[in-house]
Design a protein around this ligand. Structure first.
Ligand SMILES: Cc1ncc(COP(=O)(O)O)c(C=O)c1O
Length: 415
């Protein structure tokens, strides 16, 4: 008998489907080696590229990294993360909008991904379900599966492509009949893949709803906020305003924020972020630090010391902060300019897109996303097919390649 796998039963078959984004990325790489490489439109990867198509950085970040001592850069970070880093992550995340009277704590993680993992693992029991929207960042499902949990989706937009909380509330109520722990993850503002940001009105509707869910004190309600794109949604302070609305929460309603340095400091590969929580209860916050530090120790050990030092240095110095903000703002404007061209032309061409408020991506709903993406690839336009649409990484496509793109997609759709 030929054995195909040595995996335990829970691991059988996992990973056999290639990651949808990285599969496109590798085809782009090939296309860029061909003689007509200048015709390639690379809307696949979620990293900012400049107008010449080169990988973008914040120059101040590059400068500071190169000035670091070997110890600062390469020694171990502590399991939880250095105190300066943790405070910096908290300050950077709230920027004045920490709800009154709450105690905030942070635990360092390898990127926002690590923070999401820590949420999904620690706020649910084995086999339980995390609620996410039907347009979602694929790793949520991967992380749930990897940790023997399940991701269930709710319908995010109504038939007019308007954000709707109807199915979210129905699925929440149904889940609460089955499990005492509820975890709902919101990727906002600048949702991947659509670019939608929950508005203050959306939160004014949802926060009382979750408070009502928490009236049953048997239930542990956790709202997970994945804020990876918060700095690319217009005024970064305004984009954080909604955080201040989480006040007067009952003890059994908790908010956990995934903070990521990947997009805010363009250090994707440095793998740095934090899980941040806040509560009026000292006990809950002590427990928060304990459980997530333990999880870190048992999963990845600690975060990246160099990246942690970098954040502490920047946020601890007004001049460095101002420089980083300015450099980030310039790149953010580039992304907005590109998106503005696409959104305008989509309206003119009659191409339906999901509501874009900010962030790195725009999504075009499609009946047959795979065949649409294949048709576009034949024209050297590389977008990522998802289950119900195709995703355009506006962060990566130069302005010069934007005009006409919406029309080409519309044409390919009709062909
Ligand atoms: C929606 C979303 N959440 C979280 C992340 C986390 O990224 P990282 O682990 O690099 O911080 C990403 C990165 O692509 C993302 O798109």
């Amino acid at each position: 008998m030929h054995i195909h796998s040595m995996a335990a039963s829970h691991a059988a078959g996992k990973g056999s489907e290639p990651d949808s984004v990285f599969a496109v990325v590798s085809r782009v790489r090939e296309a860029k080696k061909q003689p007509d490489a200048d015709k390639v439109v690379d809307g696949s990867i979620g990293a900012i590229h400049d107008e010449e198509g080169n990988f973008s950085i914040l120059p101040i970040v590059n400068e500071l990294y190169r000035q670091m001592t070997p110890d600062e850069l390469m020694n171990y970070a502590t399991i939880t993360g250095s105190p300066e880093f943790l405070q910096a992550a908290i300050d950077y995340t709230f920027q004045g909008f920490q709800p009154e009277g709450t105690i905030a704590r942070a635990v360092g993680t390898p990127g926002g991904t690590g923070a999401i993992r820590s949420m999904i693992y620690n706020y649910l029991n084995n086999g339980e379900t995390v609620l996410i929207p039907d347009w979602y960042w694929a790793p949520y499902k991967t992380i749930a599966q990897e940790n023997q949990r399940v991701a269930e989706t709710y319908t995010m937009f109504d038939e007019n492509l308007k954000f709707s909380t109807e199915d979210l509330k129905a699925k929440t109520n149904a889940l609460l009949k089955k499990q005492d722990n509820l975890l709902v993850i919101f990727n906002t503002p600048g949702h991947n893949p659509t670019g939608y940001s929950l508005t203050l009105d959306d939160w004014a509707d949802l926060i009382p709803f979750f408070k009502a869910c928490a009236l049953d004190t048997q239930k542990h309600i956790v709202i997970g906020l994945d804020m990876a794109y918060v700095d690319y949604c217009g005024d970064p302070k305004e984009a954080r305003r909604f955080l201040g609305m989480f006040k007067d929460l009952p003890e059994n309603l908790f908010v956990a924020i995934a903070f990521s340095m990947s997009k805010s400091f363009l250090v994707y590969g440095m793998r740095s972020g934090a899980l941040i929580g806040f509560s009026t209860s000292q006990d809950i916050m002590n427990d928060f630090t304990n459980i997530h530090s333990f999880s870190g120790r048992g999963t990845w050990s600690n975060g990246s010391r160099g990246a942690q030092q970098l954040l502490a240095k920047i946020t601890g110095d007004a001049a460095l902060t101002a420089r980083a903000d300015k450099e980030r703002q310039e790149l953010g404007q580039l992304v907005i300019d590109r998106a503005t061209i696409f959104v305008k032309e989509a309206a003119e061409a009659g191409l339906r897109i999901l509501p874009y408020f900010g962030g790195f991506f725009i999504t075009i709903p499609a009946k047959d996303p795979k065949s649409l993406a294949a048709k576009l690839e034949a024209e050297k336009v590389f977008l990522v097919p998802m289950s119900k649409g195709i995703r355009l990484a506006v962060c990566a496509v130069p302005k010069s390649k934007m005009p006409g793109l919406a029309g080409r997609i519309k044409k390919a759709m009709e062909a």
